[in-house]
Design a protein. Structure first.
Length: 201
């Protein structure tokens, strides 16, 4: 009976996605030195808790194009995001500061400490959108998403401008069974009720 109820519920419940962008050029991510207080912000109806990890002194490292990672300048080493809803990270906008040097940065993306996406290709010297390797990264409510560029040279550094993500919401799916197709089901259910009632009389 429970299995039937779950199957019936699945007919009327679906999921929907809506796009949103976490913008690291926003003033809420202004540089701090010695203060790694997380930023709590609402984007696309989802509350995000964003926390920096910096090289050297703790805190945020921001320039005009976004968050600055690497060295020189005690750039950030990683950033974590925790959402109060299910989301999926789709892409990010970034560029290398020194794209011509050997060993340009790759990146790693982790969910709850497990590497789920990485790419050893250079990001290039011009800001552009990069899709995450292996496709969108689904992050459940309360899980920790970590993004960390990996730097192999002394002067290698880069800037990340934004993360693009989808908000995943569950909603009634009234179009799953159209009215013409649903009519026989309704008539069958009414007939079953009538048959049970006759047996009870």
């Amino acid at each position: 009976m429970r299995t039937f109820a779950l199957a019936l519920a699945s007919l009327f419940i679906g999921s929907a996605v809506s796009a949103a962008t976490l913008d690291f050029t926003d003033s809420i991510f202004a540089s701090t030195f010695g203060d790694a207080t997380p930023v709590v912000t609402t984007v696309g109806g989802v509350e995000l808790t964003v926390t920096p990890t910096a090289r050297g002194a703790a805190g945020w490292r921001q320039n005009t194009n976004g968050l600055f990672f690497g060295i020189p300048g005690n750039g950030m080493s990683s950033v974590t995001v925790v959402a109060d809803a299910d989301i999926e990270f789709v892409s990010f906008v970034a560029a290398d500061r020194y794209p011509t040097l050997t060993g340009a940065p790759s990146y790693e993306a982790l969910i709850d400490g497990v590497v789920v996406s990485q790419d050893n290709n250079t990001l290039g010297g011009v800001f552009q959108t990069f899709n995450f390797a292996n496709g969108p990264l689904e992050v459940s409510e309360g899980s920790t998403f970590t993004f960390q560029p990996e730097f192999f040279g002394v002067l290698i550094s880069g800037t990340v401008s934004s993360f693009d993500f989808n908000v995943i919401t569950t909603q009634p799916n009234m179009s799953t069974v159209p009215l013409p197709a649903g009519m026989p089901l309704l008539l069958a259910a009414l007939g079953a009720f009538a048959w049970v009632r006759r047996r009870q009389i």
